[in-house]
Design a protein around this ligand. Structure first.
Ligand SMILES: Cc1cc2nc3c(=O)[nH]c(=O)nc-3n(C[C@H](O)[C@H](O)[C@H](O)COP(=O)(O)OP(=O)(O)OC[C@H]3O[C@@H](n4cnc5c(N)ncnc54)[C@H](O)[C@@H]3O)c2cc1C
Length: 400
């Protein structure tokens, strides 16, 4: 019988599941270890630009994911200053034709569920829920991942161990103890509202970005257009780890009640009855994401601010590049595997750093106030939709 090389992945988030599929497609056996007992409906909406959807489609996920996704026709950039639209950047067919793949928005749980179905259908991928990747001891001929949880003490021999265990990565803290998540001073508030209660112009299949002083609001329809996803980014001192702390609606309503937030934005904020919030943390730029036969990907390696809408996209790109580099090694010799992981890091560092920087800059631009906000609005208007879309080309048209 053919013996497959094994890779252990810690974390069944977006990056971990995509990496499992990409590695299995290149002939690896994959064991995914996930702390959560169940992958439940945590989180809210995610944006997936063509650089990410292209990879998912190549992995055979088109049918499963397109059924759960919505294709936004445009990004409508609005200023809280006057409430009107400054620029409408075409997405939909235009972005798909330009970049060769669609732009999707969907609930994170729907994306994870689609990936999970594909993983479960693959005979060479094993998913262990309720287990925690605790320790990686690298030694020839490969790494061993110590797994605890309901399988306390079980060990899985593998040629490589991949830490896709998110911003609070246990593997990163062992490998690179100095790389500690940094709180940005910003908090993302998330909620959804039923689309039917609003006039049609407020629920068009657009991503709406409202820029206001020190804060911004992003809304888009998802779940077949029945619900609108809202993300409000505001400054704050609350900085607990986690993805779904309950947020007090009165707090966020107060922040958006001020006169400079236009009525449609306030109406949507007021309609959310269940807010979830999470503090935005980033991982400072690292010189490498690998050591010996262990490597990090996604948020574990480079958690970024969400203002370029590329958190999931970069994890998906990492997964594809990592699988390609490991797939090019002919054996499971530890030196060859370590060289492949070094190649993966070197192929990814500069691009991810550029995206991280773009996200940081977007955040600063979105939150301008006074004369600077006025100048921003004028500049965006003069630039115009086609050139605004062309500015995203380096992100959307990426190919490995
Ligand atoms: C519950 C949750 C909800 C989210 N909701 C949103 C959202 O609505 N919108 C948005 O833009 N982003 C959201 N994110 C973040 C987004 O998924 C990531 O920024 C992006 O997709 C990169 O994903 P990732 O795979 O690197 O990490 P993540 O998606 O964070 O996945 C990491 C996975 O690793 C698991 N894990 C952690 N430690 C261990 C360990 N020691 N051993 C094994 N497994 C471990 C976690 O349970 C998780 O499933 C959410 C993340 C999580 C975990």
């Amino acid at each position: 019988m053919r013996r497959l090389r094994t890779v252990v992945i810690a974390g069944a988030g977006i990056g971990g599941l995509t990496a499992a599929l990409a590695l299995a497609a290149r002939g690896f056996r994959v064991v995914i270890i996930e702390t959560a007992e169940r992958l439940e409906e945590a989180g809210a909406g995610l944006q997936l630009s063509p650089n990410a959807t292209r990879i998912l489609i190549e992995l055979g996920l088109h049918a499963r994911l397109s059924a759960r996704a919505l294709v936004p026709e445009a990004v409508s950039i609005r200023s809280a200053r006057h409430g009107g639209e400054i620029c409408r950047i075409p997405l939909g067919e235009t972005a798909a034709l330009r970049a060769g793949a669609p732009y999707w928005v969907m609930h994170r749980a729907d994306l994870q569920a689609g990936l999970l179905e594909q993983v479960r259908d693959h005979p060479d991928i094993e998913l262990r829920l309720g287990a925690k990747a605790e320790e990686a001891a690298a030694f020839a001929p490969g790494a061993k991942a110590t797994v605890c949880g309901d399988r306390a003490g079980a060990q899985e021999a593998a040629c490589a161990l991949i830490g896709a265990d998110g911003v609070w990565s246990a593997l990163r803290s062992r490998l690179f103890p100095d790389a500690i998540p940094l709180f940005s001073g910003l908090i993302a508030w998330r909620g959804t509202v039923e689309a039917a209660q609003f006039p049609r112009d407020m629920t068009a299949p657009h991503i709406q970005l409202w820029m206001g002083p020190d804060a911004h609001l992003v809304t888009y329809p998802m779940s077949g257009g029945d619900r609108i996803n809202l993300v409000a980014i505001v400054p704050g001192g609350w900085n607990q780890p986690g993805w779904s702390a309950a947020g007090d609606a009165a707090d966020i309503k107060r922040m958006f009640a001020q006169a400079h937030w236009p009525r449609p934005a306030r109406l949507m904020i007021d309609a959310v009855d269940r807010w979830r919030k999470w503090a935005l943390f980033t991982i400072p730029r690292m010189a490498a994401w690998h050591r010996d036969t262990t490597a990090l990907l996604g948020d574990a390696a480079h958690a970024m601010l969400p203002f370029a809408a590329q958190g999931a996209g970069m994890a998906i790109e990492d997964a594809a590049v990592l699988a390609q580099c490991l797939g090019e090694t002919a054996n499971e010799n530890a030196e060859d595997v370590a060289a492949a992981l070094a190649r993966y890091t070197s192929l990814r560092l500069a691009r991810v750093a550029r995206v991280q920087e773009a996200a940081r800059l977007n955040g600063r631009i979105y939150h301008l106030r006074g004369v600077a906000a006025l100048a921003r609005d004028l500049a965006i208007g003069i630039t115009g939709p086609q050139r605004m879309l062309a500015r995203q080309e380096w992100i959307y048209s990426w190919r490995r």
